[in-house]
Design a protein around this ligand. Structure first.
Ligand code: 13P
Length: 248
């Protein structure tokens, strides 16, 4: 049986209090499409207000620390984001892997910490353009996935997002065949890593997904949803992606 589609907006470093109305509008679109799981990961400063304003709509964090507490200036623990109202966290986004030098081991520890706190985790993996051009995309992503993979994984809290780095914020999207090949490889790797139950782990595609290409991407085998950046900032842009997911 096909997995329920899962559409998550990653607001990155965008959004002030004035944009809470956009989250409320997006939550209303999501409520109108009950066959789709949809959510927004706003900046941490908006998590509490957004989760209070739209109960039942899945608000997540964009990152969390792997330690429960301690001397980590500027960081946020899983308990902190959970208390604010997040029910899951993105971990290992390529921007954090690049900007904050997060390693696969960090990402694994973060996913495990999220689970321990009762949160879901969306682990991001993806190759650079150089790696794709060198024909190494599948190997790179499968190694990244293996090394970032949390102990005790199960589909009720773990999601994988395949985000080719060169497709993020560029308007460039891999061909449907390339997406199909990568998602099939990730599915095979998941079966190897966790055995039974791996088919139910949702694999999202991320990188320049928008209202115009969502239907085509979501129709690719093993694409169980999308992780959306720029096109998730307003209901006008994000709504059509949720609607496209509702057609499956
Ligand atoms: P864009 O949709 O803006 O390309 O960003 C994708 C992304 O990085 C989501 O995490």
């Amino acid at each position: 049986m096909a997995n329920r589609k899962y559409i998550v907006g990653n607001w990155k470093m965008n959004g002030l209090q004035a944009q809470l109305s956009d989250i409320a509008e997006i939550a209303a679109v999501a409520a109108a499409h009950p066959t789709v799981d949809a959510g927004i990961c706003p900046p941490v400063t908006l998590i509490a207000a957004a989760s209070q304003a739209s109960p039942g709509f899945a608000i997540g964090a964009q990152d969390c620390h792997f330690a429960a507490k301690g001397a980590h200036t500027g960081c946020l623990s899983t308990a902190m984001i959970k208390e604010a109202g997040a029910t899951y966290s993105i971990v290992g986004h390529s921007e954090r892997r690049a900007d904050q030098q997060e390693s696969d081991a960090d990402v694994k520890a973060k996913a495990e910490a999220a689970h321990e706190a009762g949160l879901g985790a969306i682990i991001c993996v993806g190759e650079t353009e150089e790696e794709r051009d060198a024909g190494e995309a599948i190997d790179v992503v499968c190694v990244q996935l293996s090394r970032s993979f949390p102990d005790g994984a199960s589909a009720d809290w773990l999601t994988i997002a395949y985000e080719p780095v060169w497709a993020i914020g560029t308007g460039r999207v891999p061909s449907v065949d390339d997406v199909a090949e990568m998602h099939a490889a990730i599915r095979t790797k998941l079966a190897e890593l966790m055995g039974q139950g791996s088919d139910a782990v949702r694999i999202l595609y991320g990188g320049s997904m928008n209202g115009g290409n969502a239907a085509e991407l979501l129709a690719v085998p093993n694409v169980d949803g999308g992780l959306v950046g720029g096109a998730s900032l307003t209901a006008e842009k994000f709504g059509p992606i949720i609607e496209a997911a509702g057609a499956f």
